[in-house]
Design a protein around this ligand. Sequence first.
Ligand SMILES: *[C@@H]1O[C@H](CO)[C@@H](O)[C@H](O)[C@H]1NC(C)=O
Ligand SMILES: *[C@@H]1O[C@H](CO)[C@@H](O)[C@H](O)[C@H]1NC(C)=O
Ligand SMILES: *[C@@H]1O[C@H](CO)[C@@H](O)[C@H](O)[C@H]1NC(C)=O
Ligand SMILES: *[C@@H]1O[C@H](CO)[C@@H](O)[C@H](O)[C@H]1NC(C)=O
Ligand SMILES: *[C@@H]1O[C@H](CO)[C@@H](O)[C@H](O)[C@H]1NC(C)=O
Ligand SMILES: *[C@@H]1O[C@H](CO)[C@@H](O)[C@H](O)[C@H]1NC(C)=O
Ligand SMILES: *[C@@H]1O[C@H](CO)[C@@H](O)[C@H](O)[C@H]1NC(C)=O
Ligand SMILES: *[C@@H]1O[C@H](CO)[C@@H](O)[C@H](O)[C@H]1NC(C)=O
Ligand SMILES: *[C@@H]1O[C@H](CO)[C@@H](O)[C@H](O)[C@H]1NC(C)=O
Ligand SMILES: *[C@@H]1O[C@H](CO)[C@@H](O)[C@H](O)[C@H]1NC(C)=O
Ligand SMILES: *[C@@H]1O[C@H](CO)[C@@H](O)[C@H](O)[C@H]1NC(C)=O
Length: 526
Amino acid sequence: MIVKKALKTSLTLNESSNMKLGVNNQKGVKTFQILGAILMLGLVLMAAYFMSVGSRVDANRGAGVVIIYRKVEEEGLYRDLPEEEGLYGDLPRATITEEGTNRSNDSCSFELVENVPYDLPFEINSTAAKPLYQAWVRLLDLAQEKVHVASYYWSLTGKDIGVNDSSSKQGEDILQRFERLLAENVSLYIAASSPTLATKSRDLELLEEKGAHVRKIDFGRLTGGVLHSKFWIVDMKHIYIGSANMDWRSLSQVKELGAVIYNCSCLAKDLWKTFSTYWDVGYPNATIPFPWPLNYSTHINKHRPLEVEFNGILTEAYFSASPPAFCPEGRTHDLYAILSTISQAQKFVYVSVMEYFPTSRFIHPRRYWPAIDNALRRAAFNHRAQVRLLVSCWAYTDPAMLHYLRSLRALNDPRVPISVGVKLFIVPLLNHTNIPHGRVNHNKYMVTDKVAYIGTSNWSENYFTDTAGVGLIIKQNSTNPQRRQQPVQEQLKDLFERDWNSKYAVNLEDVQGQKDCNWEADPEVN
Ligand SMILES: *[C@@H]1O[C@H](CO)[C@@H](O)[C@H](O)[C@H]1NC(C)=O
Ligand SMILES: *[C@@H]1O[C@H](CO)[C@@H](O)[C@H](O)[C@H]1NC(C)=O
Ligand SMILES: *[C@@H]1O[C@H](CO)[C@@H](O)[C@H](O)[C@H]1NC(C)=O
Ligand SMILES: *[C@@H]1O[C@H](CO)[C@@H](O)[C@H](O)[C@H]1NC(C)=O
Ligand SMILES: *[C@@H]1O[C@H](CO)[C@@H](O)[C@H](O)[C@H]1NC(C)=O
Ligand SMILES: *[C@@H]1O[C@H](CO)[C@@H](O)[C@H](O)[C@H]1NC(C)=O
Ligand SMILES: *[C@@H]1O[C@H](CO)[C@@H](O)[C@H](O)[C@H]1NC(C)=O
Ligand SMILES: *[C@@H]1O[C@H](CO)[C@@H](O)[C@H](O)[C@H]1NC(C)=O
Ligand SMILES: *[C@@H]1O[C@H](CO)[C@@H](O)[C@H](O)[C@H]1NC(C)=O
Ligand SMILES: *[C@@H]1O[C@H](CO)[C@@H](O)[C@H](O)[C@H]1NC(C)=O
Ligand SMILES: *[C@@H]1O[C@H](CO)[C@@H](O)[C@H](O)[C@H]1NC(C)=O
């Protein structure tokens, strides 16, 4: 059965390369034969690998097998063997949406939302997204029947972390609004990660006492990761998704970016399926179903994005998910969404993430993991796309990151031209020294000339192999003559450029001696 699955994987690749050949006719039959030979070789290797894996874990069929199998499948897809350069490297460019879309007649409204930390002024009249706090208040005001929240941990009051600071007010207000909803008989379903980071927080107990349904999902046991997704579904038709944790600092001190979509039951129901994959393993000794029952599968994905109106503009959208064991049939894996987004870019790829490591982070010994790094290098080299990476730096940054960033940047060569820029975004601490883990850019998004991607994962291996995260991928038609506003990609690009050109974004060369990004504190650096 496992081998059959391997066959299927290869067939999927085969289909796509066929499509590529169709598009790229001049390359002709010869290329196809070579590809075919490579595929066969890959297939044989893969099958052998699967069989050895299969026999190793025979005694423990079930979740263990799924995880290992999925990892192997991932490696097959993303590992950078030379033959895959041709096979996989350029592949997604040819497969954009030719496979069709699924229409919804919802009239959704979409807005980007962000939290700009206190005392982080940008230029007057610079662009800004809607404040996250306002968006959360509005969503909770709209709620009439039920609210689903997928979250990492809850820490909405200053008391939760023993801090007395006026900037916790908004978080405390949000918690009270959740309590009020329960009093109004709105059902509240909360999936959170176990064990929790917020050991002193009583938020979830409080809500549970008032009637909330809370499940703590033991991702450590299930996948070796954590539940790191952050999204809300309100009345099965409004959605929030983004980088913010259920943490008061996300409403005042931490820089966050997300999106809210109103009146969009089609997407809400689809995101609820991902919520259900967490919820339904939220009991002791649960195992991850394999395969997931058919009702968890989706028709909305990279190959068939949903076609739906956002603010009157025809839009293509889908959700991705990770880890692969939490991608039922049809669900696009988050890493695949990211890699294909990068490889489809023709003009630019702008990325804003908190952490960027072409390695694993939480398994030891560490492994090198260049999946995204290679995709960015290819975009810059093969497609001459302008690549810009804006990464966060704060007191807790692992200084090893700087080396990988320098390595990526070393590709930059204006004479060719190959354009790769890397900057570090530093949120000044100022006098907010009483707030631990506060002042940081926590964004996790990417924008290209084609697509906006809003995610919840740091960019390193474990976020895609064992940690639960989600992504929202949006493509709007910028040539629609009736549009009254910019397409989402352009709005997000404006936000990126605001940050990139701000005084908080520091060139790699200038990072030494930056006060709130303490490289010198670490003897290993330089
Ligand atoms: C569109 O979605 C529906 C279910 O929502 C599914 O039955 C149908 O096959 C999909 N159509 C296409 C073309 O994928
Ligand atoms: C949207 O589609 C549903 C059925 O799919 C239909 O009942 C409804 O009337 C449609 N609404 C509009 C505004 O076309
Ligand atoms: C900011 O925008 C306002 C309103 O459009 C305008 O009056 C003002 O001059 C602008 N200020 C600057 C510094 O550009
Ligand atoms: C928090 O600080 C304010 C003044 O900054 C003070 O009035 C208040 O009593 C403090 N609260 C607690 C619980 O310490
Ligand atoms: C909530 O439900 C309870 C029990 O079903 C009922 O007594 C109460 O009136 C309801 N409250 C509201 C605000 O609907
Ligand atoms: C959602 O749809 C309702 C009913 O069509 C409309 O009254 C409301 O303004 C819409 N909300 C948003 C945020 O667009
Ligand atoms: C879970 O598994 C452990 C160890 O196998 C067992 O001791 C425990 O009773 C199980 N718990 C439940 C609720 O099944
Ligand atoms: C799928 O069906 C099962 C059994 O009816 C149900 O318990 C589960 O909630 C459903 N899940 C989804 C995502 O529809
Ligand atoms: C996008 O714009 C092109 C050119 O104006 C048009 O042909 C196409 O139908 C539009 N597609 C969508 C999804 O609006
Ligand atoms: C921090 O500085 C601002 C002005 O820059 C001031 O309003 C605020 O009270 C100060 N906060 C603390 C905790 O010192
Ligand atoms: C990302 O990485 C940082 C540093 O390891 C960590 O503190 C943070 O919790 C991670 N997750 C998120 C949500 O960024």
